[in-house]
Design a protein around this ligand. Structure first.
Ligand SMILES: Cc1cc2nc3c(=O)[nH]c(=O)nc-3n(C[C@H](O)[C@H](O)[C@H](O)COP(=O)(O)OP(=O)(O)OC[C@H]3O[C@@H](n4cnc5c(N)ncnc54)[C@H](O)[C@@H]3O)c2cc1C
Length: 453
């Protein structure tokens, strides 16, 4: 282990991971006067909200939109001077089942949804309205959606609509997901509708990846050091400091804020047994997402949920350019094919051609004239830690940001339960864990440390 000396960097706080949560944690610490270094393993900041470039315009590797109630995100957009780039546009939704598309944006659409009998549609409508009123609570957290769902939404409605979507997202865990999570997600959508923007969703011109880059510039201007492209290899604690190793370097830090999955954190350091067992009990789904650049439009909906099996379990087809005009992307029409998968399985490893082969049946159902020749380019993105599974009676409620090791704090997608993941909640969580770490630094006292970043 390196000793203090002129060649050893020392900081008050080191943040692992420069997704939006990590950047917000660094911001909160720097705002309280602490020296901060952020270390990101990927080549650039942004994490799951990172962007790629299409037709000269930045666009998220995974489809992202802004909800009207995303307070922390909208505040950050304002603070970074990007408010006029936030636009609100109609985002239409449909369901594809038995080769047919059904609009699915309103109560009227539900009442017209032929794959369900009329009594089942009414039952599903009442069940959903009641679920929004009966809301949250510990009782719901312990209820398995596979058991309670048919009672709450009616057997027909649950089996035809919810079950295939939950299967697509959570695979073998679908039955055991907590009802609290599902109701939380329904509320997120309902609150968006009530917010006054109607069926419109927000989009930040240039993508949320560009927001992350701008945020990085802003905190760097306030003294935060951000290093990308080299993952942290280990975190070792001595009497009063953390030795953080990455890319053959070592940085000494009084506190570490780790903004990544619990299992990833467990590989960097020896966590206390109780905390390790808790985070290891949270399964995660990975994501494989193909972005197709087409030379013409595919269909007319923004978001098509698939209640239609495909060979590689594609869950949704999202035509971004039915939300944002294609001329932004040099006339290219952008279609995402999204799969939540097991790591190491066929869909996880699938190459672009194989993904398109499997999805062709749904692309043709959306537009019978679709031909492979329309595809001008494809980009496949994969992430191992994309979606924690909110198991009924599982360990996610009340998950602490304090790992139990002195000065080691943790924030992950799992800490947001029962809300669904989201950039705004990641910013809030990052700000909260940064503040907690700052308070810890203030109460344990700031030690005079030699050197500096
Ligand atoms: C398909 C998809 C669609 C989504 N759509 C939306 C949407 O429409 N609206 C919305 O608000 N949210 C959406 N989200 C969710 C949103 O992207 C996330 O909630 C948010 O970006 C999470 O930020 P985070 O910082 O908590 O985690 P992450 O973005 O996962 O950041 C973790 C970071 O840690 C880094 N890291 C991991 N290990 C190490 C290591 N050892 N050393 C250094 N760095 C490391 C990773 O590279 C990564 O950058 C979507 C997510 C997905 C997957």
């Amino acid at each position: 282990m390196l000793q203090d000396g002129p060649n050893v960097d020392t900081v008050d706080a080191l943040v692992v991971g420069a997704g939006l949560a990590g950047l917000a944690a660094a911001d909160a610490l720097a705002a309280r006067g602490f020296t901060v270094q952020v270390v990101e393993g990927a080549p650039s900041v942004g994490g799951l909200a990172r962007s790629i470039c299409v037709g000269g315009e930045e666009i998220e590797a995974y489809y992202h939109h802004v909800f009207p109630q995303d307070r922390a995100l909208r505040n950050l957009i304002g603070r970074l001077g990007l408010s006029e780039k936030l636009e609100w546009r109609r985002a239409s939704t449909a369901v594809l089942t038995n080769g047919r598309l059904y609009p699915f944006d309103s109560v009227l659409d539900l009442l017209r949804f032929r794959p369900l009998s009329l009594p089942a549609r009414v039952r599903l409508g009442f069940g959903s309205a009641l679920a929004l009123v009966r809301g949250r609570g510990r009782r719901l957290e312990r209820m398995r959606v596979g058991d309670a769902g048919p009672r709450w939404f009616g057997r027909g409605g649950y089996t035809v609509l919810w079950q295939p979507l939950l299967d697509g997202k959570f695979g073998p865990f679908a039955h055991d997901v907590s009802l609290a999570w599902l109701v939380g997600r329904m509320k997120q959508r309902a609150n968006a509708r009530k917010s006054g923007t109607g069926d419109r969703l927000g989009y930040l011109r240039g993508g949320l990846g560009a927001l992350a880059v701008k945020y990085e510039e802003e905190i760097s201007a306030h003294g935060v050091q951000v290093s990308c492209g080299t993952p942290v290899d280990s975190l070792v604690r001595d009497a009063d400091r953390w030795h953080v190793r990455f890319g053959g370097r070592e940085v000494l830090a009084r506190t570490v804020v780790a903004c990544l999955s619990g299992e990833s954190l467990g590989k960097l350091t020896s966590l206390p047994d109780a905390y390790r067992r808790t985070v290891e009990a949270i399964p995660y789904r990975a994501v494989t997402c193909a972005m197709l650049e087409l030379d013409r439009p595919l269909g007319s909906y923004y978001w098509v949920n698939l209640i239609q099996p495909t060979d590689l379990a594609c869950l949704a087809v999202i035509e971004h350019t039915n939300f944002i005009p294609a001329d932004r992307y040099g006339g290219r029409h952008i279609v995402y094919l999204t799969h939540y998968v097991e790591v190491g399985g066929r869909a996880w490893n699938a190459q672009a051609d194989e993904i398109v082969d499997a999805a062709e049946v749904v692309l043709r159902a959306i537009n019978p004239a679709f031909e492979r020749g329309w595809i001008q380019a494809t980009h496949v993105s994969r992430d191992r830690w994309a979606q924690p599974v909110p198991l009924a009676g599982g360990p996610m409620p009340g998950l602490s940001v304090d790992t139990g090791l002195p000065g080691l704090f943790h924030a992950s997608l799992a800490h947001i339960y029962p809300d669904d993941r989201g950039v705004s909640l990641a910013l809030e969580l990052g700000g909260r864990v940064g503040k907690t770490a700052a308070e810890w630094l203030a109460t344990t006292g700031r030690e005079a440390m030699s050197g500096g970043v």
